[in-house]
Ligand binder design. Structure first.
Ligand SMILES: CC(C)(COP(=O)(O)OP(=O)(O)OC[C@H]1O[C@@H](n2cnc3c(N)ncnc32)[C@H](O)[C@@H]1OP(=O)(O)O)[C@@H](O)C(=O)NCCC(=O)NCCS
Length: 176
């Protein structure tokens, strides 16, 4: 399977052992953990190794397609990936290390993964959700073609230690 995506500024590829230290340094941030569902906080080297160890099996089963986001000339800056839900849909998730916020990296990475999913994996339905106090993520999703599907939920965030209101979005092919 072709599992490397190159964009103007980024390389998206499987995590490598060499990414672990930077992953821990960037992910161990409550402002990241509280906006996603399943990132422990504090985030340790053990958490990172356990997470990366599952990737080969997820890819082989077709249930998880995680990518390390590398900013050319800089190194690892975050993660983006797809996780299979019950039914045909895959859920898009991402985070960027705080020193790299506001540079358009999430938008560039997420757009590239959606294109890859549709063109290389034949994935027809992609969904995403964000916590209501995270308008930046809503903006990222809107920029790359997601629209609200009219539903909401209450997802548990390990970083928050509680559930929070979340809004659901779905990707629509604007070229169709
Ligand atoms: C959300 C996150 C991924 C955004 O990453 P990023 O690389 O900084 O995002 P980008 O630079 O691609 O885009 C940010 C967009 O949000 C906009 N934005 C910034 N602050 C905003 C706000 N308060 N309200 C609305 N939009 C806002 C920016 O202007 C930009 O849109 P524009 O290009 O139209 O100007 C990053 O903040 C992060 O990792 N947060 C913690 C984890 C997380 O939230 N993950 C997503 C879970 S759903």
């Amino acid at each position: 399977m072709d599992y490397k995506i190159e964009t103007e500024r980024l390389i998206l590829a499987p995590f490598e052992d060499a990414d672990i230290d930077r992953r821990v340094a960037l992910a161990n941030d409550i402002d990241v953990a509280r906006m996603v569902t399943s990132m422990p906080h504090p985030y340790t080297r053990k958490d990172a190794i356990e997470w990366v160890t599952k990737h080969d099996a997820g890819r082989a089963a077709g249930t998880d397609f995680p990518f390390a986001i590398t900013l050319k000339g800089e190194g690892l800056v975050g993660a983006v990936g797809l996780h299979k839900k019950d039914g045909p849909a895959y859920e898009l998730g991402y985070w960027i290390g705080k020193p790299y916020w506001g540079m358009g990296i999430a938008s560039e990475a997420a757009k590239a993964v959606v294109k890859w999913a549709i063109e290389s994996r034949g994935i027809a339905q992609i969904v995403a959700c964000y916590f209501e106090d995270n308008p930046v993520s809503c903006r990222v999703l809107e920029k790359i073609g997601f629209v609200h599907d009219g539903t909401e939920g209450a997802c548990h965030s390990i970083g928050r230690g509680e559930k929070a209101r979340s809004l659901n979005m779905i990707w629509r092919d604007t070229n169709a």
